[in-house]
Design a protein around this ligand. Structure first.
Ligand code: ADP
Length: 227
């Protein structure tokens, strides 16, 4: 690993896509193959909410309604998390940036190599999110219809209990999709103007297995000397 990585820059990528597009699933599979950490702002907020700290109480209202947490909070949380990445390790951002101000704040800290854009039609997203389950212990993502755990309600990896996120309900899903539509175009335009390469992965059916998409992402990263 050390040897093959010598002289190479560590990967700094953004996994970009609608809620339910598969950002967490692909990022964790990439993590198994590449020397990267995942920074998922949504996961960080859910942890904060669980702790019931002052900050947790502040973000709860936004997350539960499917609204964006204010930029100053998100940017501070990201800075703190990024500062904990060990030297020599890369990262994949999942769920950040979601606004232009967040993108600009990121640019001041790190130069992003690539955007991994997930292109998934709304009907697949709605179907997936309403049957999504998450492991309470390790955050693993399952789907009770399309990506079932071996034992119902139990995580394959760590045997933790699976639960349904409170924002994975029809009204909040609709709000989250609407928020994504508004934020996505200006952000992608911003990165196009900055000439950051965008690698697009398309999903066209509900039962499309994730691994071939991940394998293609890795090939593409290797081709660009980013993995
Ligand atoms: P999804 O992408 O499936 O909507 P996430 O776990 O990424 O789920 O985010 C859940 C919620 O956390 C969002 O609906 C929003 O309220 C909040 N959130 C996460 N990341 C950000 C961010 N970068 N900026 C603002 N709010 C965020």
């Amino acid at each position: 690993m050390e040897e093959s990585n010598r002289g190479k820059e560590k990967l700094k990528a953004i996994m970009f896509g609608a809620p339910g597009a598969g950002k967490g699933t692909y990022a964790s599979r990439l993590q198994e193959k590449l020397d990267v950490e995942i920074i998922a702002t949504g996961d960080i907020f859910r942890e904060l909410i669980k702790e019931d700290s002052e900050l947790g109480r502040k973000v709860r209202g936004y997350v539960e309604k499917g609204l964006l947490v204010p930029d100053d909070v998100v940017i501070e949380v990201l800075k703190q998390r990024l500062s904990k990445i060990p030297r020599g390790k890369g990262f994949i951002l999942d769920g950040y940036p979601r606004t232009l101000d967040q993108a600009k704040a990121l640019e001041a800290i790190a130069k992003i190599d690539v955007i991994l854009l997930l292109d998934v039609p709304d009907w697949i997203i709605i179907e997936r999110l309403s049957s999504r389950r998450i492991c309470r212990d390790c955050g693993g993502v399952y789907n009770i219809r399309y990506l079932k755990p071996k034992v119902e309600g139990v995580c394959d990896e760590c045997e933790g209990p699976l639960y349904q996120r409170s924002d994975d309900n029809p009204e909040v899903i609709e709000k989250r999709l609407q928020v994504y539509e508004e934020q996505a175009k200006p952000l992608l335009k911003y990165y196009e103007q900055k000439k950051v390469p965008i690698v697009v992965s398309k999903t066209t059916s509900l039962d499309q297995p994730p691994q071939p998409i991940v394998d293609r992402m890795i090939e593409e990263l290797k081709r660009r000397k980013l993995a």
